[in-house]
Design a protein around this ligand. Structure first.
Ligand code: KG4
Ligand code: ZN
Length: 358
């Protein structure tokens, strides 16, 4: 234990300024400053507002994390930072701060992938990730099934959403129901008092000819909006709890069905669910039951580690150190469209030079 890496991680890909500190698989600090309130009246994250909020929150959040962990910055073995994907300006604040701290302290810098971090964070909850692990990654920007045998170097996408991400669908349905932003937690709350069988909403891409591991939530979102509009046009009350519960049931049914199918098809016995939507209470309960029935071991971190945070970045950074991955160069770029297949970002090497992708 004594020689496990002590790593500080910085996350600024969206609206949370997260700074976490881990010692190997042990969580020492998880400081998060959110600008979500500042975006609420716009109904979505405003990039410029997020960047400025990160700038203001960065140094105080780093100080708070160090104080919570009871460690001195000089004791750190490395500084990890989200290099992408995410909002370009927001990422840049984190990457710049990480470079400044790493350079000033004489510590190695590790640029890591936000999506791989959402998976790796589970090591803080349940210990070393089994190899292989199937990961269902469901957040505001992504919904994918990923097969990983080494979270620092091998993340293979099996399928992903062809339109909206799962979290995006939650946010849009919440808006239709007038539940505010962000919508996921509100839909989750209202759904507790609703009947999940009240309305049968469509399960996207579950037909016999549909791609097995891809998702689609745009049709579901539209179906919910139409159903609600229809009621309003008739002058009837909208049963918010029933709509929330029925929508949530459709999302979680498809997510868990496809995740378990992927595990079975690939002979994988461990399913990990990560990303903000993994905080959803119904998804957690349904996955628990269906995995138990299928003989699959389920790993889902506590809700606070599912939504964006710095501890997940520190967890992946610590894994990079433990596995002897090279530190990133000082020219490490913030890459808003970093592919999930690149968990580790070494620097502005040819592979990540501008112009190569998308
Ligand atoms: O991972 P995350 O914090 O940020 C991204 O990387 O996107 O995910 C944010 C998303 C939002 O769409 C939010 O509505 C959703 O996660 N979310 C939830 C819950 N908590 C957060 N969705 C459903 N149920 C929840 N309890
Ligand atoms: Zn995220």
């Amino acid at each position: 234990m004594a020689d496990e890496p002590l790593v500080l991680g910085i996350e600024t890909s969206c609206d949370e300024t997260g700074v976490g500190i881990v010692h190997g698989h042990t969580l020492l600090a998880d400081a998060v400053a959110s600008s979500v309130e500042e975006h609420a009246r716009f109904g979505g994250v405003v990039p410029e507002v997020a960047s400025r909020a990160h700038l203001e929150a960065m140094v105080p959040t780093i100080r708070r994390a160090l104080k919570d962990a009871g460690v001195a910055a000089s004791d750190l073995d490395g500084i990890a930072v989200t290099a992408g994907p995410g909002l370009a300006g927001a990422l840049l604040v984190g990457v710049s701060a990480a470079k400044a701290y790493a350079y000033a302290l004489g510590k190695p810098l590790y640029g890591v992938n936000h999506l791989a971090s959402h998976i790796c964070v589970d090591q803080l909850e349940h210990g070393a990730l089994p190899e292989p692990t199937m990961a269902l990654l469901v957040s505001g920007g992504h919904s994918s099934l990923l097969l990983t045998t080494d979270i620092t170097s091998d993340v293979r996408p099996l399928g992903s959403t062809i339109d909206d991400a799962a979290g995006e669908a939650f946010d849009k349905v919440a808006r239709v129901l007038g539940l505010g932003f962000p919508g996921g937690p509100a839909v989750d709350r209202y759904a507790r008092d609703g009947d999940p069988k009240a309305i049968r909403f469509p399960r996207g891409l579950t037909g016999p000819r549909d791609p097995v591991y891809d998702f689609s939530f745009s049709g579901l979102k539209t179906a919910v909006a139409r159903w609600v509009e229809e009621r309003r046009r008739e002058g009837a009350d909208v049963p918010i709890a029933d709509v929330a519960a029925s929508f949530q049931e459709a999302v979680t049914d498809v997510l868990t069905r496809k995740a378990i199918r992927a595990c079975k098809d690939h002979g994988v016995e461990h399913l990990m669910i990560g990303g903000g939507v993994a905080a959803n209470s119904r998804l957690r309960a349904m996955a628990q039951r269906r995995c138990a029935d299928a003989g699959i071991e389920l790993r889902v971190p506590r809700p606070k580690l599912c939504t964006d945070n710095g501890a997940m970045v520190a967890a992946l950074g610590a894994e990079m150190v433990a596995r002897g991955r090279s530190a990133s160069d000082w020219d490490l770029p913030a890459d808003s469209s970093l592919p999930v297949t690149e968990p580790h970002v070494p620097g502005r090497t040819p592979a990540t030079a501008p112009g190569h992708h998308h």
